[in-house]
Write a protein that binds this ligand. Sequence first.
Ligand code: NAP
Length: 241
Amino acid sequence: MKRVLLLGGVTEALAIARTLGPQHIYSLAGVGRVPTDLTCQVRVGGYGGAEGLAQFIHDKGVDLLLDATHPYAAQISQNAATASRLSGIPCWALRRPAWQAQTGDDWREVSDWAELIQALQPFRRPLFTLGREPLQHLQEIPPEQFWTLRALDVYPGNERCEVIGARGPFLIDDERELFERRQIDVLISKNSGSTATEPKLEVARERGVPVIVLTRPVLPGVDREFLSREETLDALAAFVQ
Ligand code: NAP
């Protein structure tokens, strides 16, 4: 019987994991919630790089690696591609399509933190939705700015930054209220392509608020790439039968 190692990290990965039988393994970094109600095996924590992952694949007799990690989780995707080469098993990936700017959007793309800080200069009340990375820069906030930072969990802020802990999916009315109450004048976002976090973009559009978008990392080539959970499940069903 074929064994799949599913690298998770996004909502679609959990949905796929729910369909897997007990011989398969669902692998998580351990940064988010770990489900306890799955039929498949759940493994939490890193492998120590591509070689460690290849060793695990060998030890467990894995036949297929399925990368369903976040589009900005570039390291694990690279490790997966390398480990599949080292192990001689195929690597597939579920890669969510990116959001596309629509009429009325003012999106400004930046590729790193330095460019982001430059692009932020004209603004006063940014809303960061990048995860934890901005926490490392709280001492650099210019006196004329007040940052709102939304991450999965609450962390200490400072006199010029408030950190909100919240997990999607986010509702449009709540996002409207957030932008209004905090007088957000610029949104900073990854281009995750997730419907769960998309309402903030609609609110930015409604309010004419610019969006600074962090460029997606380049991900490695894989044997098969899927754009949706449904496509991935069809291919998996054919592979494991
Ligand atoms: P990353 O930089 O690509 O990965 C860092 C390290 O974490 C990897 O080298 C690996 O450690 C370990 N790791 C990552 N995903 C793993 C998995 N599914 N199973 C076992 N180990 C894993 O990724 P990240 O940006 O820190 O994200 C970590 C996890 O959170 C990913 O699963 C990702 O899908 C999820 N996530 C990320 C974002 C984001 O914006 N980056 C957003 C939502 C969810 P070893 O090298 O030791 O194996």
